[in-house]
Design a protein around this ligand. Structure first.
Ligand code: FE2
Ligand code: FE2
Length: 466
């Protein structure tokens, strides 16, 4: 472990001078990006953050006050497994790739760049949120997510610099040049160009969009390209906290709304009505589904065949690892009707991964609905049908209602404001967003968390603003 190097790492960076020099050259550019695009207005504040210092299942993180630009962004990979094998696809059982196989070089670089691009993008999307935090606890969680997305960018940049030579270095530079939502140089994936400018958006984003990250990383953690697998395995431990922030954040909004519903009119009482929460769920769930790619995909087949991207928990969940002779049946639109179509399994793997993701999201909905039930309310939240409001894949270009029934574009446009956040919904939510920064205090529209962070109470000074 080289914790006190300029770039903390467990990959013996000091023994690879060329790579070390390249990354040390990238570091100041990264810091410039962080100062320009990281959380606005809090760069000189002490924040009680966890920093990854090891990859062991115990004690991998260190908690202390740190100013964000001084955060120790490091490179940490799970330890290599002796004689690691390719776990699926046409080369199943052969030794894992330790270097990039030439014929898959472009695909692999594309996978890494696409994943890498999401990490700084989310920091950019969230950079104004600190100014309207509902509590110091939430402010700290926002910054924790932000610095770790920064570290995830480092993880991908390490692979680009370490394994892709010249074009890897160019891609690493480009990761600092694109900007979320900028029409001239947008981020690669659309969900990462959507504004995330209020805390309901933030919680929905970390619940649904970070959870896409979990499934992409899980599929890559199975990769036969071992450095990628080991990197993604460790990123998943950090990612779990991001989803916790989203899941419990939305749960706390639901809890507060349920309380206010029993007291009177939620709007008059300054809370967020359930209908608005539902619309935010519909928006972020549908955009996040797009991130899995087309339902029928030759890329997914190629990546799987090559042993680059596996299925969710490939080793744990499956006994047959070639998926060569299987068929998957899905609904597609033909002659303006939904019809079943049989697809070779390997071409349907995006859809299979999306299915795993939907199951996971449903568990979140069940937790929130339990809060409503316990409050004695009969209203429930739900996930829209996965065909609803899609911009990628088989269903893009068609319009569906929340139940997944085909409808005309005209009808969709007419009813859109019932289903997705309208301008006035966004404005209403924004009107509630006033910063609450007194120790132990919380905004009116959200309930406090059940517990603080790492044994600290809720009324701990998670961020020192003084
Ligand atoms: Fe991430
Ligand atoms: Fe994340």
């Amino acid at each position: 472990m080289n914790l006190y190097d300029r770039i903390p790492n467990n990959v013996n960076l000091s023994e690879d001078k060329k790579l070390q020099r390249a990354l040390e050259k990238w570091l100041p550019n990264y810091l410039d990006w962080w100062r320009e695009m990281g959380p606005e207005g809090f760069q000189d504040k002490d924040v009680w953050l966890r920093t990854a210092v090891d990859v062991g299942s115990e004690g991998w993180a260190h908690f202390d006050y740190v100013k964000m630009p001084d955060y120790r962004w490091g490179i940490f990979l799970e330890p290599p497994k002796p004689d690691a094998k390719i776990g699926f696809g046409d080369n199943y059982g052969r030794p894992a790739y330790q270097e990039v196989p030439g014929e898959f070089r472009n695909s692999l670089r594309r996978i890494i760049v696409t994943q890498g691009d999401t990490e700084p993008a989310s920091v950019e999307q969230q950079r104004q949120l600190g100014k309207t935090c509902p509590s110091l606890y939430d402010l700290r969680n926002l910054f924790q997510v932000n610095v770790e997305e920064g570290r995830h960018l480092w993880a991908m940049v390490y692979l680009l610099h370490g394994y892709f030579g010249r074009d890897g270095r160019d891609e690493a530079d480009a990761l600092l040049e694109r900007r979320s939502g900028n029409p001239d140089k947008p981020r690669i994936l659309e969900a990462f160009n959507q504004p995330c400018d209020d805390w309901l958006n933030f919680f929905a984003f970390t619940m649904f969009t970070d959870r896409d990250g979990k499934y992409q990383l899980s599929a890559l953690a199975e990769s036969g390209f071992e450095p990628l697998a080991r990197t993604c395995q460790f990123m998943l431990t950090e990612e779990a906290h991001h989803m916790f922030v989203g899941d419990t954040g939305l749960g706390r909004v639901v809890r507060r709304t349920a309380q206010l519903m029993r007291e009177g009119d939620v709007r008059e009482l300054g809370g967020i009505p359930l209908e608005i929460i539902q619309k935010y769920i519909n928006f972020w769930f549908s955009y996040s589904l797009d991130l899995f790619g087309g339902e029928i995909s030759s890329n997914s087949a190629d990546f799987f065949a090559a042993g680059l991207k596996g299925r969710f928990q490939e080793q744990k969940q499956y006994t047959e690892h070639t998926a060569a002779n299987e068929i998957f049946t899905m609904q597609v639109v033909e002659d303006n009707q939904l019809k079943p179509r049989e697809v070779p399994m390997r071409n349907a793997l995006n859809e299979v991964l999306r299915g795993e993701y939907v199951k996971d999201c449903e568990k979140g909905l069940a937790r929130w609905n339990k809060i409503l039930a316990e409050a004695g309310l009969t209203e429930r939240l739900y996930l829209p049908n996965p065909r609803f409001h899609r911009h990628v894949g088989e269903y893009a270009g068609h319009t569906f209602d929340l139940h997944g029934n085909l409808i005309t574009r005209e009808e969709f446009e007419k009813r859109k404001s019932e289903w997705l956040p309208a301008m006035e919904d966004r404005e209403y939510v924004r009107s509630l967003m006033h910063p609450v920064t007194e120790i132990g205090k919380i905004a009116n529209w959200i309930a406090p968390p059940a517990a603080g962070i790492k044994g600290k109470p809720f009324d701990f000074e998670y961020v020192r603003l003084g």
